[in-house]
Design a protein around this ligand. Structure first.
Ligand SMILES: CC(C)(COP(=O)(O)OP(=O)(O)OC[C@H]1O[C@@H](n2cnc3c(N)ncnc32)[C@H](O)[C@@H]1OP(=O)(O)O)[C@@H](O)C(=O)NCCC(=O)NCCS
Length: 156
């Protein structure tokens, strides 16, 4: 497996973006921005990570990350986050943020294992007004609130 910058057609990555976000409306609003890295194996793209600039100088956002379902749990996601951290450092980033649903316990574990700390909760970030179907559950927990994580890029 290797990770490289992706300069191809972003629409080809839609299935991966859709794994990371249940709102097609939201995906359309950001799929073309920033920089995308992809994990490849045997000529196939098996994962992606999108880095976008924020309004704060030195702060980047990991906007979207996903690994093909059949290959999850094999270290590809960890390698993608490590590559994103290296890339943001190259771009003089000091802080990386990422947000996810508070309902997604697996993601809460994943990001904390990669050195992220929780810094903010956004109540009702997910719902019909932001393009998410009413009544979505993740492991029985209503998809409703968002947690923002941050990682100091100076720290290992
Ligand atoms: C989240 C995701 C990118 C992680 O990638 P991955 O290749 O499956 O993760 P890795 O194999 O690199 O796992 C790294 C660590 O996180 C843990 N982890 C990853 N996903 C997890 C989950 N769903 N539940 C619990 N732990 C998880 C792994 O167990 C591993 O732990 P370890 O450090 O103790 O070994 C991947 O599962 C995915 O694509 N999920 C669907 C899309 C998504 O939710 N994206 C994030 C949206 S915010």
């Amino acid at each position: 497996m290797h990770i490289e910058r992706y300069d191809g057609d972003r629409d080809a990555l839609l299935p991966l973006f859709a794994l990371a976000d249940d709102s097609p409306t939201q995906i359309v609003s950001y799929i073309r921005v920033g920089e995308v890295l992809v994990a490849c194996e045997g000529g196939e793209v098996i994962g992606h990570a999108q880095i976008v600039e924020t309004g704060d100088a030195g702060t980047f956002e990991l906007k979207s990350v996903a690994v093909t379902q059949a290959l999850q749990g094999e270290g590809v996601g960890r390698a993608l986050v490590a590559a994103v951290i290296r890339r943001c450092r190259e771009r003089n980033g000091r802080r990386l943020i990422v947000s996810t649903a508070t309902a997604d316990i697996g993601n809460l574990r994943f990001y904390q294992r990669q050195g992220f700390r929780m810094c903010r909760i956004v109540q009702d970030a997910f719902g019909p007004s932001t393009g998410y179907p009413e009544g979505l559950l993740v492991d029985g927990i209503p998809l409703r609130d968002q947690v923002v994580f941050e990682r100091d890029l100076g720290a290992d």
